[in-house]
Design a protein. Structure first.
Length: 217
């Protein structure tokens, strides 16, 4: 099975975690796009969605799914999103699509975080995928110097402005042995909006698409 077929399989599998008459949280990325496509079959059963990016909002709206502002809702039954890397402890690196901050906020509100990946995303230790860090533009150089002190090699993601008007530094060559600790340390650098380690709020359920089908963890 090629990677695209795996993304479609895992996107379809996530639909069973959607409860009728609720507002759901929807992440960002090519795997989530497959989930959104699969939502078409049950779109009349849900009240609507809170989206983590302008891109997902457009896709959801195209299906006729009502979009809610996060401030309008008290809770979300489920949040479905992909990941760039995930460990057996359900810690993740996210933000390859630059949507990490809104993703982290929406995930925080959701009762259940369902992470959907193909098996190429499973790793023993996080860090081979460069860690995205969203930064207030005026702090870019300062934050980059601080990230070097932590042992990383930050690279400015040229030309990318996040949905929040900020920039992204991708940090190469980190071996993230303690995701929760590093997540807090990087978030404490002045000028950092957030970083792509999802350690404090990991996934609750992981659906992994393999050649033999979708495995639930
Ligand atoms: C976007 C993300 C995505 O979930 C992550 O990049 C995975 O994307 P894809 O499903 O396209 O591989 O965090 O900010």
């Amino acid at each position: 099975m090629d990677q695209n077929a795996k993304k479609q399989a895992v996107g379809r599998a996530a639909v069973k975690y959607v409860e009728p008459d609720t507002i759901i949280g929807v992440g960002t990325g090519s795997t989530v796009n497959c989930f959104i496509d699969a939502l078409a079959d049950i779109k009349h059963q849900i009240t609507g969605a809170v989206s983590s990016s302008e891109a997902s909002t457009e896709r959801l709206k195209a299906l006729g799914i009502e979009i809610f502002e996060l401030n309008e809702v008290d809770s979300l039954s489920v949040y479905v999103d992909g990941a760039d890397e995930i460990t057996e402890h359900k810690h993740m690196i996210k933000g390859g699509g630059a949507a990490l901050t809104r993703e982290k906020i929406v995930a925080a509100v959701a009762k259940t975080f369902v992470c959907i990946v193909d098996n190429s995303k499973e790793v023993g230790v996080l860090g081979k995928f460069p860690l995205p860090v969203e930064v207030i533009p005026m702090a870019r150089s300062y934050v980059a110097r601080e990230l070097v002190k932590l042992g990383g090699d930050p690279v400015y993601r040229d030309g990318v402005v996040t949905d929040n008007g900020n920039v992204i530094l991708d940090v190469f060559n980190l071996e993230i042995l303690n995701p929760v600790e590093l997540e807090k340390t990087i978030n404490n650098i002045p000028g950092v909006v957030t970083n792509g380690i999802f350690g404090m709020r990991g996934a609750d359920v992981v659906l992994v698409a393999t050649d033999d089908g979708v495995v639930t963890k």
